[in-house]
Design a protein around this ligand. Structure first.
Ligand code: GN1
Ligand code: MG
Length: 358
């Protein structure tokens, strides 16, 4: 595909280079032909993962309009909203002749993403950034945001997906079998949040749902941050956002660490992120307070199950670098699930402190 044709639809010129990050979309930097500075981010949307592009993009532009309005109101804000560019005829995306969907964001120069925090200051800033984001979007009506991926963090749905993968592709090795057994043995422990969501005893909020640590960008001057990857902003539980952030930032290893011995959790990071995150959230219910400590174990468990399911099904969902990559990711996430399960008292303490400050 000639990428210039796509850029033309948006009235943009430049050269492109691929960005090797993210498991879902395909992204490119668009460089200014003369200065070679990155000016835009071009993205080919994964329409297998997000089949309803119209819904995806209308959620996104509604959200960004709100963030831009809030940003104008704040003097000297320490955050910036993403900028979505429109095509020459005013659309938020463009469909090429092969049926692929494309969109363009403004490129944030001098902002960096980290898979894991380089310093404790980044942990604290990250906590504030994600907490503030939730607070900023809390005034948007929930019903205006449909689910871009239904049942995204539903444990019963993920359990069902694993079971159906197992029915068609039973484990072929000891390693696969052990991963399946570990995931299944933890389900009852993780169930309370799922059960509370089903019963409606935990409040639904507008949440980000993909709060990997590399989804907050830090300006190199340290003055501003920006929350990115907004495709899954939809009704959810606060647990999902706290849990997914801790899963990635408090792990002492990469998401796909192969050596289980190298996998650990950093309790100082758990404590600092949670405290700064909760400081920004204005209201927490008793039910939320009581169940928040399970969050990172739940999210690591869900990711473990999702990676494992995808591995059994032959790597259809996540981009992988080699056969077995999803299994490696799953084993790492399931080990993290175990470790976060044991570290619940650290979160309990932060949640207790946060709820008594109010
Ligand atoms: C995917 O797009 P990316 O790489 O930030 C996935 C998340 C997982 C994550 C695991 C839409 O996120 O749910 O947590 O991979 N996004 C989707 O790294 O499935
Ligand atoms: Mg994403």
């Amino acid at each position: 595909m000639e990428l210039n044709t796509i850029l033309e639809a948006f009235g943009i010129e430049g050269s492109t280079e691929i960005i090797a990050q993210g498991h879902i979309h395909r992204s490119y930097r668009v460089l200014d032909s003369e200065t070679k500075l990155a000016r835009f981010l071009l993205q080919r949307i994964n329409h297998h993962v997000f089949p309803d592009i119209e819904l995806l993009q209308s959620n996104l532009s509604r959200l960004l309009d709100h963030l831009h309005r809030q940003h104008v109101k704040e003097e000297a804000a320490d955050w910036v909203p993403l900028r979505l560019h429109r095509t020459l005829n005013g659309q938020t995306y463009w469909r090429d002749e092969h049926g692929y969907f494309w969109r363009i964001f403004g490129y944030l120069q001098d902002f960096l993403a980290y898979d894991r925090p380089p310093t404790l200051a980044h942990v604290q800033r990250g906590g504030r950034a994600f907490g503030q984001f939730l607070q900023l979007i809390s005034s948007l009506p929930l019903e205006q945001f449909s689910e871009t991926i239904p049942d995204f963090h539903s444990l019963s749905f993920r359990k069902q997906q694993l079971e159906s993968a197992l029915a068609h592709h039973p484990p072929q090795s000891k390693v696969e079998l052990e991963a399946v057994q570990l995931a299944q043995s933890f389900l009852p422990k993780l169930w309370p949040i799922e059960q509370a969501r089903q019963k409606g005893t935990l409040p639904l909020r507008l949440t980000h749902n993909d709060t990997k640590f590399n989804n907050v960008l830090f300006s190199t001057s340290h003055l501003q941050h920006c929350i990115i990857d907004l495709d899954t902003v939809m009704p959810g539980l606060i647990h999902y956002d706290l849990g997914d952030a801790l899963r990635t930032l408090a792990a002492t290893c990469a998401e796909d660490e192969a050596d289980l011995g190298k996998i650990g959790v950093n309790t100082l990071y758990i404590e600092n992120f949670t405290t700064h995150f909760l400081d920004c959230i204005q209201s927490l219910s008793t039910e939320e307070i009581d169940s928040l400590p399970i969050s990172p174990a739940l999210l690591s468990g869900i990711m473990g199950i999702r990676f494992l399911t995808d591995h059994l099904q032959g790597d259809q969902y996540y981009q992988v670098q080699f056969r077995g990559h999803n299994l490696q990711r799953a084993r790492c996430q399931l080990q993290l699930m175990r470790l976060f399960w044991e570290a619940q008292d650290v979160i309990e303490k932060c949640v207790f402190n946060a709820s008594h400050k109010r």
